[in-house]
Design a binder for this molecule. Structure first.
Ligand SMILES: Cc1ncc(COP(=O)(O)O)c(C=O)c1O
Length: 390
């Protein structure tokens, strides 16, 4: 078969896929141990022993069999207790589906809600996989911009509400936002919730960075203000605040009426999440609070160092993030961030994410994940100096 025929023989959905531009840069250097990897959203530290030990004990006890579609009941209960203690939300296990990662939670949600052609409103800049997941299911994406105004990232709420027309199916809100760190206030969440109730619009809240918030124990969450029957799906993950990116474990919270349907959808996707990984999740929720405190202290140091370093370059402009663990900074004169990230990687062996990966608005920016020890960040900036000062 010729190349073109081969290409046409696969689904239109697969054909239409565009590569993640973060991943495209990372693939160029991921296997080189000399590279300082600041491209992905992941911390440099190991998962804490209490979590690792729980997984090992579970595996040794023979927990290697298929699991219930919606997740092990013990973990679903632990998620409810965690949410109640943290957010004051009264969810019950029927609302919780465990997923093999936050990403899987997003695609499951998109498959659950979207019929091809549905209008889905998303905020940009955005982690590309959010938009990618909804596009894959045939959504028509309408973007509303988070913009930099007077040294703050801001969302024009009026603009968002205007975009949330009666024929909108879903609005996806990732707060704290990857890459900017912008965080939606409770007041804004109330307005959006009321509006969506009026028009019957689903809210998909990507709450993956809720704990990585710089102004309190957690960022404002729709789960704190919603009723159990509201059209709300919260997507969450163990990856970030418990340093568990490679474990692939997450969860979603949805109205209880859809427990069986989400179970069916899981059956034909992944069928279930590994049982010993779920055991690790229970340990994280029940005994991992110190781990989060420790990570927050470490990323505070990482942020301060990064901010101090970035401030020394007159070409660089950045806004203090409210949450997550990224600096999304603009470099004066930078017109092709993908090419720049590629050159930076080649010449300095520092891996950064190109701003354009987060949408056209991100062109001219680079994203750096500062969840790294001080010596690593110092070395990274030493290498980046010639690029950023030019
Ligand atoms: C906004 C956002 N949502 C979801 C995820 C998914 O995380 P994971 O698939 O590792 O659980 C990420 C990871 O970078 C993210 O940044």
């Amino acid at each position: 078969m010729r190349q073109a025929e081969l290409h046409n023989s696969i689904s239109s959905r697969a054909r239409a896929l565009e590569a993640s531009k973060i991943r495209a840069i990372a693939e160029l250097g991921m296997h080189n141990p000399d590279v300082i990897p600041l491209w992905f959203g992941e911390s440099a530290w190991k998962t804490c022993p209490v979590i690792v030990d729980a997984a090992i004990a579970s595996l040794k006890a023979g927990n290697h069999m298929y699991q219930p579609n919606n997740g092990a009941m013990k973990l679903r209960h632990a998620i409810c207790t965690y949410s109640k203690n943290l957010l004051g939300s009264h969810i019950n296990p029927a609302q919780v589906t465990v997923t093999p990662s936050g990403m899987q939670g997003l695609i499951l949600t998109a498959e659950f809600l979207v019929t091809p052609g549905d209008r889905v409103v998303a905020l940009e800049p955005s982690w590309p996989n959010i938009i990618g997941a909804f596009k894959m299911t045939g959504a028509e994406i309408v973007s509303v911009a988070i913009t930099s105004k007077k040294g703050r990232w801001e969302l024009d709420l009026g603009e968002l509400l205007a975009a949330l027309t009666k024929d909108t199916k879903v609005v996806v809100i990732n707060s704290p936002n990857n890459p900017t760190g912008w965080t939606m206030s409770v007041k804004e969440q109330r307005v959006v919730l009321e509006h969506c109730r009026r028009y019957g619009i689903w809210i998909v809240a990507d709450d993956v960075y809720t704990r990585l918030y710089r102004n309190g124990r957690h960022a404002p969450s729709f789960l704190s203000i919603a009723e159990p029957e509201d059209l709300l799906i919260s997507v969450n993950s163990f990856s970030k605040c418990w340093s568990m990116t490679g474990w692939r474990l997450g969860w979603i919270v949805a109205p209880a009426a859809f427990e069986a349907k989400l179970g069916q959808l899981t059956e034909f996707n992944t069928s279930c999440t590994a049982g010993f990984v779920q055991a690790a999740g229970i340990a994280a929720l029940q005994d991992g609070e110190d781990e989060i405190t420790s990570l927050l202290e470490k990323i505070k140091i990482g942020y301060e160092l990064t901010a101090a370093q970035l401030s020394t370059f007159s070409r660089v402009e950045f806004i203090e993030p409210d949450g997550a663990f990224y600096c999304f900074f603009r470099v004066d004169g930078l017109t092709d961030s993908f090419d720049a990230a590629r050159k930076i990687l080649k010449k300095t062996k520092v891996g950064l994410a190109p701003g354009v990966a987060f949408g056209p608005q991100g062109e001219g920016y680079l994203r750096l994940c500062y969840a790294q020890p001080a010596n690593v960040l110092k070395e990274a900036f030493k290498r980046l100096e010639p690029f950023l000062s030019k």
